[in-house]
Design a binder for this molecule. Sequence first.
Ligand code: BGC
Length: 704
Amino acid sequence: MTAELTTQQPQSSDPHPVAATEGVPQWYKDVVIYQLHVRAFYDSNGDGIGDFPGLTSKLDYLQDLGVTALWLLPFYPSPLKDDGYDIANYTNVHPAYGTLRDFKAFLREAHARGLRVITELVLNHTSDQHPWFQRARRAKPDSPHRDFYVWSNTPEKYQEARIIFKDFEPSNWTWDPVAKAYFWHRFYSHQPDLNFENPQVRRELLETVSFWLNLGVDGMRLDAVPYLFEREGTNCENLPETHAFLKELRRYVDKNYPGRMLLAEANQWPEDAIAYFGDGDECHTAFNFPVMPRLFMSKQMEDRFPIVDILQQTPAIPANCQWVLFLRNHDELTLEMVTDEERDYMYRVYAHDPQARINLGIRRRLAPLLNDNRRTIELLHGLLFSLPGTPVLYYGDEIGMGDNIYLGDRNGVRTPMQWSADRNAGFSPANPQRLYLPVVIDPEYQYETVNAENQRNNPQSLWWWIKRLIAVRNQHPAFGRGSLELLLPDNAKVLAFVRQFEEDRVLVVANLSRFSQYVELDLSAADGCVPVELFGHHRFPPIGKLPYLLTLGPHSFYWFALEKAPSGSDGKTDQKTSRINLHARWSEVFQGRPKSQLEWALRGWLPMHRWFGGKARSIQNVTITESIQIGGTKTTEQAKYLALAHVEYVDGEPETYLLPLGYAAGEEADRLITQSPSPIVCQLNLRDAKQTGVLLDATSDPTF
Ligand code: BGC
């Protein structure tokens, strides 16, 4: 039986928007985050600016890519002098991007596809156009309204605080002629800092949090979080008062919105950054800023030292917390968390052109930083997706989009998404002069060549490679949840480490050099295991007591599952039951990460069946291309599905099988496990049912 490979269609929309996170423990450890700006993604109404209906219409694209969470840059009413981080109203949508109703429709559709949604919570400051600031500057000194912001009669206070936008601002104080006083701002002078000493300010911000979490948002990124409080004689960063407020915020979220996530943006050295986890009672996640530039450094120096050094300096984090890793984002590649020598080196090798520099960083996208070298782009993604933490993909990097360093500020990395070779890169039907920013026309990266449509039509493209990378990561909980063991072989051009979570053990070996390398790894702890290469599923020679020898091509990397080989066998596993822990409802098993895990389990299950024609062949991959519900209501466990499983083999033609699948739990599951010779696929730990169930070939169910 064969069938065309098709994209899974969305299920009907979820009537309970918050259901997507309820009861899912630590979902933020398993997701792959895609960061995007609504205005840059897709313009549905032809005004040259992306909007929520446009984004909603592209959700199938994101689901197809395999990402499982979306992080949206600020989309609130704003004068847009700092791309929306200058908020003029915390609880609405910028009219150019649509309405609150459009946002709700987007959220519903994202949840229906198993995508979690993370939005921005800009606590530290507002726009000077925010009514709170307009009221404050006109209010009497010492009045409660004036007290919403931080004022002074002199610009001399808090001199030890650094200036962050040092290319634009000479001071953290600006004179306001209306208030006849200086106001404090850590960023642009049109972004006054809120006064966190004022309990009313803190209350207002908790209301903002409630507003978005009530709508069903799954997580919030806490922008610029180290700077909330000021204290004389300090650098006004990471103060105990800031942590106390964050603990209060966390208690509030846990009490009222269990299962939601707080993500700290704290561009700090490891020991200061981990403080944002508290004792597991502050932020659930935090960006790992220091690792990011060191990935680029290690690649350039062809030496693992920068990465290993920073990992070894990074203390362990509380068990319920998680780092968030990225290669590029909407800001400059910040070089604040490196030494002066390292910064000089990074500028020399990655930003020779002074136009590419801004503040303390480099305003470039990933592909231009890496000279559009496919090998190094893959290498860095291979590390991003395997080092401890949750990875973030910046929109457009999945197709290797270029940038435009001649646009002001950081706009060069915020240009429209390149969908096709059509007008305006398929982003908008508007007059090209009307676009919020011009599309990239640099001859090397121009949209006629670099676009999603071209790449999705070419199985060898970067897009397809990233899609496969995400799928493999989604199949292995060790990547999101595993421990880290660095291997440190003699050859320092090779970075090797093992990630392990429960039974799932993954070995990562990466060649940082542009030339071929060999490496001898001490894998004695895995004596008797067989490394199975995760992209092709080829079994490598079993590991013995001697050092394990591997050769690697230029800038190549391996991901291996270390599978236990039963003693006396030829290394092939003899599984009767594949156990997978899905943390999903039965109705969610055919989307997102649970789907990837199910596909992984099917590799072991299919050969156990008499009717499976590929028993003598090695399965490379199983993809569920379609699932159709054929009984029961969507939310019940009685629901049964017909799933199309596309089976690719290491050699020869693929096949597609039609699988009737059902679910059993409790006594029925026990009976099936003990009595049935083969219908059992895997045990599911279903979070809502809090029980072990059995996924079965529904033809074995007499009621089917
Ligand atoms: C954001 C920047 C923004 C700044 C001020 C940062 O952390 O990532 O894009 O300019 O906060 O809000």
